[in-house]
Design a protein around this ligand. Structure first.
Ligand code: ACO
Ligand code: PYR
Length: 539
């Protein structure tokens, strides 16, 4: 016995998350996500709305969780029909689920405008729906839609809705900030008043939307006031601005003494250490890039560019970290840039297997060179491989694998045989390898593609080594306006074994900048093949 109170977590990624613009789960997606959620230690997984669409109906043909309670969502019965004659309610009671979460109106304005029935008919619908769920052997939950707005407009009626659900036997009465405009101080006050009015806190939940960026804060305020269930989603997806982000809430509840000392969740410390992976796997499934600045799990959550911070952080991490990154499966990153001092560089070089002393004059040269090049437009924090090549050139040795003596690139717009206007790019690259000059010519979709193909077409004795090399991302950024602007090109490359590295080029000519980044990428690959170069991420 820990003597702590239990807090329950309810995931609505597969229901409210499905209401996110741009998100459209298939049955297979839902099965995969339910699998990620189940076993992580969440208490409830809301799977969707059986009867509302073929995907959700098929998903509820069988129970999809082993540990978490599997929840079907739907609205209370319609006014004017009995519970036994309501087809929507029948789809819910017949779904293979442990629990039913009803959405019920609790703002009299909505009862009048959206439902078009009387306040009493709505209370009857709540009561009859909860009773029907319990009679079907399910746990009943009631999401009191617009509870906070409803309470501000007519507290007696909002409370009557919550009490009706409680008295009918609902396990949880969930107070929803449906439009997302409520502030934490209001949540604290209103949840307290609901408890005073007789609905116990251990039957109250919170469902917060993020329209003022405070869904997480509102959820925590509800817990402070006495609520004991939190609804939220993975990475905060959900209607409009999203729902409370469980990926931010869970570490706060487990690591911050104000909550961790009072409450326990169904999530183990080992599971918590997998939360960064859970968040990123979900992004991968959504086919979107993870938010680098996401609390706890973002790649920048424990990163510093600032020299003053890096210097102290390396002495004692607690100086600049609010929790240890490993507790959430993240890692510390000390980055090199023009904001860094020697401490940043020593840490990053050490990570790359390059030892250098603080007093070594070559380190001063490298720091000055990076700052100077960043002033010209280079950005090394996002170009790990170019930084490593530069560092090894200054501190060690980079073999002269090849030298490009010249390149030429031509873009031609012409009509093809069918009279269609077409753009063709052709590149010629001359390379010296072991004193022998080689010349390659290639056509491509665009000038950079043509140059890439030409450069990689004949690298003589190194040709086999670069066979599996692919360019997986290419980003161009104009650093100051106009057609004479300085251009920065960032390239991400990948190996057959999945290793990835990033290189950078800067020039007032976009082709030249791209070519620099391409050459760095190939040189890094040749170094890597000889175990002369260091760290690459494997994805
Ligand atoms: C706050 C939330 O996030 S609630 C969840 C919102 N999610 C969704 O709506 C997604 C799934 N919804 C759907 O697929 C459809 O809306 C369905 C299948 C539920 C209903 O479809 P339809 O029968 O065509 O109705 P429609 O969507 O046009 O309108 C909703 C109806 O539900 C009624 N209704 C809304 N909430 C409730 C409620 N809590 N209890 C009873 N009836 C309700 C409305 O009054 C309206 O009735 P009307 O058709 O008589 O005007
Ligand atoms: C139920 C729900 O999703 C809401 O009120 O926001």
């Amino acid at each position: 016995m820990t003597g702590k109170e239990r807090l329950y977590l309810f995931d609505t990624t597969l229901r409210d998350g499905q209401q996110t613009p741009g998100v459209d789960f298939s049955v297979d997606d839902k099965i995969a996500i339910a699998g990620m959620l189940d076993g992580f230690g969440l208490d409830y997984v809301e799977g969707g709305y059986p009867g509302a669409n073929p995907t959700d109906t098929a998903f509820f043909e069988k129970k999809r969780t082993k540990q978490a309670k599997f929840v079907a969502f739907g609205m209370t019965k319609r006014a004017g029909v009995s519970a036994s004659n309501d087809p929507g309610l029948a789809a819910l009671t017949q779904a293979d689920a442990d629990a039913i979460c009803f959405v019920a109106k609790s703002w009299d304005y909505h009862v009048r405008v959206a439902l078009g029935c009387t306040n009493d008919e709505n209370l009857d619908a709540i009561k009859a729906s909860v009773e029907a769920a319990i009679a079907a052997g399910k746990e009943a939950l009631v999401d009191c839609e617009h509870f906070f707005d409803g309470f501000k407009a007519n507290p007696d009626y909002a409370l009557a809705c919550a009490k009706t659900a409680h008295e009918a036997g609902a396990r949880w009465i969930v107070l929803c900030d449906t439009n997302g405009g409520t502030l934490p101080s209001e949540v604290l006050d209103i949840v307290g008043k609901v408890i005073e009015a007789g609905v116990p806190g251990n039957h109250l939940g919170i469902h917060a939307h993020d329209d003022t960026g405070q869904a997480v804060a509102n959820s925590l305020a509800a817990v402070e006031a006495g609520a004991r269930q939190i609804q939220g989603t993975l990475n905060g997806i959900g209607e409009r601005c999203g729902n409370a982000d469980l990926i931010s809430l869970i570490p706060t509840l487990m690591l911050k003494p104000a909550f961790a000392e009072r409450f326990e969740l169904g999530i183990t410390e080992d599971a918590l250490a997998g939360i960064s992976r859970l968040s990123h796997s979900f992004d991968a499934l959504l086919n979107r890039a993870p938010d680098e600045q996401a609390p706890y799990v973002g790649s920048s959550a424990f990163a510093t560019k600032a020299g003053i911070h890096a210097s102290a952080l390396l002495k004692e991490p607690e100086t600049y970290e609010h929790v240890p990154p490993e507790t959430v499966g993240n890692r510390r990153r000390v980055m090199v840039s023009d904001q860094g001092g020697k401490a940043n560089f020593i840490a990053e070089l050490k990570r790359r297997g390059i030892a250098v002393g603080r007093e070594d004059a070559r380190l001063d040269t490298l720091v000055a060179l990076v700052k100077d090049r960043e002033a010209q437009g280079y950005a090394y924090e996002g170009a790990d491989a170019s930084f490593e090549l530069l560092a090894r050139q200054k501190l060690g040795h980079v073999p002269d694998f090849f030298a490009v003596t010249s390149f030429r690139c031509m873009v031609e717009r012409r009509f093809d045989a069918n009279g269609q206007l077409k753009s063709v790019s052709e590149a010629v690259v001359k390379v010296m390898i072991d004193g022998e000059e080689k010349m390659s010519v290639a056509e491509g979709n665009g000038p950079v593609n043509a140059l890439d193909i030409a450069l990689r077409k004949d690298l003589g004795k190194f040709q086999d080594e670069i066979e599996g090399l692919q360019l997986v991302d290419y980003k161009v950024r104009i650093l100051n306006g106009g057609t004479e602007a300085v251009t920065r090109v960032l390239i991400e490359s990948q190996d057959k074994d999945g290793a990835r590295w990033r290189t950078v080029g800067v020039s007032d000519n976009v082709i030249d900048a791209s070519f620099q980044a391409l050459m760095d990428s190939i040189t890094f690959k040749l170094m890597k093949n000889r175990d002369l170069a260091g760290l690459v991420s494997v994805e």
